[in-house]
Design a protein around this ligand. Sequence first.
Ligand SMILES: Nc1ncnc2c1ncn2[C@@H]1O[C@H](COP(=O)(O)OP(=O)(O)OP(=O)(O)O)[C@@H](O)[C@H]1O
Ligand SMILES: [Mg+2]
Length: 250
Amino acid sequence: MTVVLETRALRKDFGALTVTNNVDFALEQGARHALIGPNGAGKTTFINLLMGNVAPSSGTVVLAGQEIDGLRTDQRIRRGLVRTFQINQLLTGLTVLENVQLATIERDGLGNRILLARQQQRRAAEEAYALLTSLGLADVALSKVSDLPYGRQRLVEVVIALALKPKVLLLDEPAAGVPPADSHRMLELIATMPTDLAVLIIEHDMELVFRFAHRITVLSQGAVLRHGTPKEIIEDPDVQAVYLGAPKHD
Ligand SMILES: Nc1ncnc2c1ncn2[C@@H]1O[C@H](COP(=O)(O)OP(=O)(O)OP(=O)(O)O)[C@@H](O)[C@H]1O
Ligand SMILES: [Mg+2]
């Protein structure tokens, strides 16, 4: 398999606290990979480092065979490395369609134009609507984001990430705060994603993790405790000790 994203000895110290401890990690094309670990294990920081939202203390991030340590976040996004946030970042006063449309405009490097040609605007709207339709969300296209239930808002956030046409998609707790009855929609959405897209998901809900993931990495105190298949992870006594036996999140 082709590795699309890799870290080599990636490290982040916040003062005396080592939050990412020489992490070696590889994500393959088409991966359905989960990153788990207790609260404060360094999962979100790892994604921040991958995206360039936080500068590493040392180590390297490699995307599609090229070191990207010198690139800004927007440059990484243009190369196909895209994330969603643990807390949602939607423009809640706009409609779902407008949010997705803005993502396509941004992706095409047209975001800094004050006036877009009407044709470009229409093309962006059509693409956004087609994407929402393909994902079963056409019925909410014209709804204001703030009028949607939270579970739907989180789905829209993932759709926006998909509109950026990622090669690698990093999802930071996409189902956090979503009522359990609705979290299956997130799984359905992930199931419709292109098979060559590499997906890394941070998730505390073990049921979701085991339904989604083919491989799992466990972080503990910033270091990789284990990489393995779901079966290997669930049976691992060290993992059970640090994570599965720990009190549940939230
Ligand atoms: N900017 C920062 N400055 C100082 N410490 C930070 C900073 N960002 C994160 N940390 C610390 O790094 C550690 C890891 O935080 P991080 O948010 O990556 O954990 P997490 O695994 O995502 O946790 P959770 O499951 O609660 O989301 C925590 O101890 C946190 O307080
Ligand atoms: Mg986090």
